[in-house]
Write a protein that binds this ligand. Sequence first.
Ligand code: XMP
Length: 513
Amino acid sequence: MNEQIVILDFGSQYTQVIARRIRECKVYSTIIHYNTPAADIAKMNPSGIILSGGPSSVYAKDAPLPDKAVFKLGIPVLGICFGLQVMAKYLKGKVERGQKREYGKGTLRVKNTRCRLFDRLPQELQVWNSHGDKLTRLPDGFKSVATTENSAFAAIEHARARFYGLQFHPEVVHTPKGKKIISNFVHNICDCGRNWTMRHYVDQAVEDIRTQVGRERVILGLSGGVDSSVAAALIHKAIGKQLTCIFVNNGVLRANEAAVVKEVFGRNFRVKLHYEDATDLFMRKLRGVTDPEKKRKIIGNTFIDVFQKATRKVGKAKFLAQGTLYPDVIESVPIGGNPAALIKSHHNVGGLPEKMKFDLIEPLRCLFKDEVRQLGTELGLPKEIVMRQPFPGPGLAVRILGEVTPGRCEILRNADAIVVEEMKANKLYYKIWQSFAVLLPVRSVGVMGDERTYDYTIAVRAVESKDGMTADWVKLPYKVIETLSTRIINEVDGVNRVCLDVSSKPPATIEWE
Ligand code: XMP
C-alpha cells in the first residue's frame, strides 16, 4: 500500500492542483469529499491530511464542514485558506468576515524560522492570497509562524499536534516557493518517503491488473490517442496475449494514424490487434449530412455498432478496458447551490459498458494526464504517441465544414499532414495545445501556371491552451506561415488558398464545428 496524503475538498478550484503538487513530491495523493467520516479516513491510513480552500465562509449556514474527529486521528493536518479557517472554527480560534477580499500577491515574512514547514526557505517569500474571511484569534495551542501585510496569522502551527495552517495558497504558481512548502509538509512533517514514481506505479499496476483479470480476456478500444495507447501498453505488459485491442478506422482519421498504431502496437509491442476498416460504412452514413451535431451522433453510434461487432469477432472476453483518468473520477463538490454537478461522466467510450456485458478495467483512473504521459514514456511508447496533441473523437469530420466525402477527407488529410510536419520541423508541435487544418466549403478563383482554378480554402488553426476550456491563437512566425501556405497550395490538389485563424476561445471554439 502506498503512503498517501488525503485532501479534503471544500470546492476550491485549486484542489486538483494541490493533489498534483504532492505527487510531484513523489508522494501519492487522493482527493476525497469534505464530509468523509473520520473513521473512513483512518481506514485509508494517510500520512497526512490537507484541508483545501473553498469559496464558502465557515460561518455560512450551509458551510461545508468536515467531521470534527479528523483532528483526533493523530495525523498531521495542513489547512489551506478556507482549510485554515475550518481549523480555527473547530479548535477555538476566531474568524471574522473580511471587509473586502484579499486577492493577489503578498509578501510573507517568516518569524519562526524553526517551523518545519519553512525549512530551507528564505525569510521573505512571495505568496498568493485569495480569501474573504480572516483569522483574528489563534486556535488553542497554535502559534503564529509568519505574517503578511494584511495578516498577523498568515501561517500558524501547533507543532506538537502537527497541525498547520496557511492563509495563502502554496499550490499555485504565483507562490513561487509553494512547492517547497508542500514538500516540507509531506516529507518533514508527515515523514513520507519519495515512493510515488512511475516505475513503482508500473510494478504495482501490473500486479493489480493480473490479480483482477486472472486468466480471463480483456478487450480495449484503441484510438491511437494518449490515454487508450498508454492503457493498452500497461495492460499488455501485465497480461500479454490475454489482451486484444480493437482499432476502428472510421475514415476520418489523420494521415498515417492507422499505420502508426499498427506499427507501434502490432509490430513493436506485438499486441494482439484487431484492425477494423469501416471507412466505407462511415462514409455512407455521413453522406449528405452537414449539421455538426448530426455528424457527431452518426460517428458515435456507428462506432458503437462497429466496435460491438468487432468484439464478437475477436471472441469472448470478460473485461473491457478504458482509459479513464483521475479528473474524470473525482466527485466535484456541490458548493454554491449547485448540487447537480455531482459526478462527472467517466465513460470515455460513450455508453459502451451499459450496452455490453463487460466488467470494467480502468488502470489509469488514479492518474493525472501528465502522469499518464510519464507512464507511457516509462513503458517505452514513442514521443509521437505519448506527447501527441488532442484529436477529437469525430476526427476530421468536424474539420470539414459541410458534407464529409471521401474526396474532401483526402484533401484535408493531405493539408493537415503538412501542418503537422511543419509544426514538428519547427519544434512547435509539442509546445502548443493543438495545430491543424480545416477545410472550408468556400471555393475561390486562382491561377496556376496559365490556368484558372476554382478550388477550396484551407484554414490553419494553432492554439495554446491548458485544458481546452479557453485558448489563445498562436502567433506563428511569418516564416512558418509562409511555408505552410506555399506547401499546402503547391502540394494539395484542390486547394488554392490558405487562411490563418486568429480567433481565441471564447468567443470562438477550438474546432470549427
Ligand atoms: P472546442 O472546439 O469545444 O474544443 O473548443 C475543445 C477541445 O475538445 C476537443 N473536441 C472534441 N473531442 N469529441 C472529442 O473527443 C468531440 O466531439 C470534440 N469536439 C471538440 C477539441 O479538439 C479541443 O481539444
